[in-house]
Design a protein around this ligand. Structure first.
Ligand code: KE4
Length: 427
């Protein structure tokens, strides 16, 4: 594959944008090499600046469950934009979208539209602190909730019960308010709650982790978080930015029948446009300005063009059998991948739920961050580049997910497996 144009663009981009990108993972730092610059997408495919074609399993990191340039979404965006792009005033679409969201997430009795998953999670944490008048929050090793200061925190050393910054620029004093537990380990949560009795405002969790690669909740884990938070007088926040509308119409809380106090949505809900949501029970949400004392605002919150895309996306997702079709395509991909790596004598662990999956280069189960850390990251990098050279665009990081869309066809899966077979032989 030729990448001359992308290379030239990358050189220009690096002069103006840190790492030549507007979000770090796009830089290919996790896998090496230079990122192709993408010009257009349609359905399951994207084309780069050198007209190389790829089957896309990133799908903009989750939003594009209906594929690129979905006709209904594109039309809705065009139509709204022709009437104006932003008013900074209430619009009918925001009410319609909130009503649609509530049919999928009944736990979101009230909600607030914002512009990114980071903003949704940051606001949900602030709201939990306001509602409980407590300051500590618990997150999990390997889970990511956007780049707000209080969430860029990793486990403190040894038995420390407070977090330490996971980014330059986050003061230790901020990080100390965030405690870090182990995913799928209720005892680690219980210890933190008891070491901070009466001080925990909330636990925030990806109900299905997808930012350390896909790691599924073990039986009882989410139910355990629900009862531990209830006992501790803390709120349970489900960060469903990835899982919302992905693993089911009603997200992970529908799939696992565990109801959080607050939910964060993003990605799919905005149809690929900048839109995210946080919401929950009315008595909690009434703390949010202008009703309550918890302040949160945004010039482009509920942007009408993004809202139009979200409404079109959710309407299209209400087509019958959408999730069954996604399951069928994704299951055939998983089975094919598993067989190929087994035959190549390169056993892998594949964690999958619906159209969300990760191939870990590790033979034993992957159930938490320490399992993920033991996977063969260099092998993933080789796999990634082998597939990219054969026209299959995977996440440029071993700690992300593959996203299958409704537009991935049996031929796409076949082509993907043929490429995998060729690459597996080289690993
Ligand atoms: P954004 O601020 O990127 O819209 O959302 C932050 C966020 C919150 N919660 C979860 C579970 C998320 O996965 C994310 C963002 N996901 C990453 C990749 N997994 C976005 C890609 C990127 O950072 O460029």
């Amino acid at each position: 594959m030729k990448h001359d144009t992308s290379h030239r663009l990358y050189e220009e981009a690096k002069k103006l944008l840190p790492g030549g990108v507007n979000s770090p993972v796009r830089s290919f730092k996790g896998v090496g090499g230079e990122p192709p610059f993408i010009l257009r997408g349609r359905g399951s495919r994207i084309w780069d600046a050198d007209n190389n074609e790829y089957i896309d399993y990133v799908g903009s990191w989750g939003p594009l469950i209906l594929g690129h340039a979905h006709p209904g979404v594109t039309l809705a965006v065009r139509e709204m934009a022709s009437r104006g792009t932003s008013f900074g005033a209430p619009t009918p679409g925001e009410v319609q979208l909130a009503q649609l969201i509530q049919t999928a997430f009944p736990s979101m009795q009230m909600m607030r539209l914002v512009s990114s998953g980071t903003e949704a999670c940051m606001s949900a944490v602030r709201l939990a602190r306001a509602f409980t008048s407590r300051s500590k929050i618990i997150k999990f090793n390997g889970c990511y909730h956007g780049h707000a200061d209080s969430l860029l925190v990793k486990a403190g050393s040894g038995g420390a019960t407070f977090g330490v910054p996971d980014s330059a620029g986050v003061p230790a004093s901020f990080a100390a308010e965030t405690l870090v537990a182990e995913y799928n380990d209720l005892a680690s949560v219980d210890r933190l709650i008891h070491a901070n009795a009466g001080g925990i405002a909330a636990i925030i969790v990806e109900p299905i982790a997808a930012n350390m690669g896909v790691v599924l909740p073990q039986a009882g884990f989410l139910e355990g978080l629900r009862s531990l938070t209830a006992e501790a007088g803390a709120l349970l926040i489900f960060d469903e930015v990835i899982t919302g509308f992905r693993v089911a119409w009603g997200g992970a809380q529908q799939r696992y029948a565990v109801t959080p106090d607050l939910t964060c949505l993003g990605k799919i809900v905005g149809g690929g446009m900048p839109l995210a949501v946080y919401g929950g029970s009315a008595d909690i949400m009434r703390q949010v300005a202008p009703l309550g004392a918890m302040y949160q605002a945004g010039t482009l919150s509920g942007n009408p063009v993004a809202v139009a895309a979200g409404i079109a996306m959710l309407h299209a997702l209400q087509t019958p059998k959408v999730y069954e079709r996604l399951e069928e395509t994704s299951a055939s991909l998983e089975a094919g991948l598993r067989d190929i790596f087994k035959q190549a004598g390169r056993p892998v662990t594949i964690n999958r739920i619906g159209s969300l999956m990760t191939v870990f280069f590790r033979q034993s189960p992957v159930q938490n961050w320490s399992d993920v850390e033991k996977s063969d990251v260099p092998a993933y990098g080789k796999f990634f580049h082998g597939m990219l050279d054969r026209g299959v665009y995977l996440a440029p990081s071993a700690f992300e997910a593959m996203f299958v869309s409704l537009t991935h066809t049996p031929d796409d899966i076949e082509e993907t497996l043929i490429a995998t077979k060729q690459v597996a032989a080289t690993l």
